[in-house]
Write a protein that binds this ligand. Structure first.
Ligand code: GAF
Length: 384
């Protein structure tokens, strides 16, 4: 099991070792697992993610000379720059950290330099939003170091800064779900976000003796490698062909009139997936596991067949989880690798994880990783 270790103390001591600096503030922002509503965010649709207990931790100290120095436990090269010289051309991993400092500076929210060190327990490339957790941990720590109070306006600004860093600096044309849940999630609930109205609220989960299990297939996924962007472009084409501003306004009858067969299937996924989100909220609130089983199965089939973002490892993990006793299982996140999410009786966790491990070994796949997704809180900072 991949444990959600609190890495605050390590971030503080690494900041001291690497820079000789005492932390003024520590920030934390979680990864996420999406329960349902996949690729619907950039189609003005609904999503239902949960914040993981696994998070990125940032320790930071402000500097008066404008210099920015950032290190990460997961990256060999430090980033060094000056706050007045940040721009959208920042490359590599620094796009997610220095990129956010640039977008925060553009928004007039930070103006000084800082030293920062990052640690993370969110698995990388697992479709669990490690990038957004890095962006939001960086932002919340930088804003804390700048003496800002984390109110609703500042939370919104962090989400926007993270989205801009990801889309304009890292060149990943993502939709905003990951940054929104990294900031707005409340412990114990899932976050229902409507990307048409911009509203979000925490919804209760009647989990009782049920567990949310995440299985990382260890097939690395990238949001910058073209597959994600091509799905987004096909959705935009479908909406344009139908004369709509987004697929949120489309119904199935309209979708079936689309001439291009591939574009039609992509649009069908978005319309059916959006329609599955509210019934999932109801079923989770009532502990209606039979409905979860059907909704998750339909969602996975739609991503596999209509949206074509699944891979054999994801399909195997899903079918094995269900055969071994999960109520429901589906791939989660951007796809082309990454993780599945299952909901299952807590007493079945060992049986299900062992069955997936065995199935992967028999198929010759790399061993998967498992974690328990206890619904956690969004980003915050603490003064040292
Ligand atoms: C990735 C993106 F970053 C999100 O915006 C979302 O589109 C998701 O894939 C798919 O639901 O995590």
């Amino acid at each position: 099991m991949l444990e959600p270790t609190d890495l605050t103390a390590r971030a503080i001591s690494e900041l001291r070792t690497r820079f000789g600096t005492e932390a003024a503030v520590t920030g934390r922002a979680p990864g996420r697992v999406n329960l349902i509503g996949e690729h619907t965010d950039y189609n003005a649709g609904l999503v239902l993610p949960v914040a993981l207990p696994h998070a990125t931790y940032a320790a930071a100290a402000p500097r008066t000379d404008g210099v920015i120095r950032i290190t990460s436990a997961q990256e060999p090269e430090p980033f060094t720059g000056h706050v007045d010289e940040l721009g959208p051309e920042i490359e590599g991993w620094a796009a997610y950290v220095a990129g956010v400092l640039w977008t925060l500076r553009e928004a007039g929210l930070v103006s000084g330099g800082l030293d920062m060190h990052l640690e993370s327990s969110v698995p990388l490339g697992a479709g669990l939003s490690s990038s957004a957790s890095v962006e939001c941990a960086t932002a919340v720590a930088a804003l804390g170091a700048a003496g800002r109070t984390l109110d609703a306006d500042l939370q919104r600004a962090i989400v926007d800064a993270g989205i801009r860093a990801e889309t304009e600096v890292a060149d990943a044309p993502t939709g905003g779900m990951d940054q929104s849940v990294a900031v707005f999630a409340e412990a114990g609930g899932a976050l229902l976000i409507d990307f048409d109205s911009g509203e979000h609220h925490s919804v209760p989960l009647a989990l009782g003796e049920r567990t949310i299990l995440v299985t990382d297939t260890r097939v690395k996924h990238q949001l910058t490698d073209g597959g994600y962007a091509s799905r987004r472009a096909q959705c935009e084409k479908a909406a344009a062909d139908l004369g709509l501003s987004s697929l949120r306004e489309a119904d199935l009858e309209q979708v079936e009139t689309l001439g291009d067969e591939v574009v039609r299937r992509r649009a069908r996924h978005i319309v059916t997936e959006t329609a599955r989100v509210e019934p999932t909220v109801t079923a989770l609130g009532e502990g209606d596991w039979a409905s979860i089983s059907e909704l998750f199965a339909a969602s996975h089939a739609s991503m596999r067949d209509d949206f074509e973002i699944s891979v054999v490892e994801l399909d195997l993990a899903v079918s094995t989880a269900v055969e071994a006793g999960a109520d429901g299982a589906r791939m989660t996140g951007g796809g082309f690798g990454g993780s599945i999410v299952s909901i299952l009786p807590s007493e079945a966790v060992e049986t299900v994880t062992a069955a997936i491990d065995r199935a992967f070994a028999e198929a010759g796949h790399n061993p998967p990783g498992h974690l328990i997704a206890t619904p956690s809180a969004g980003a915050s900072y603490t003064a040292c």
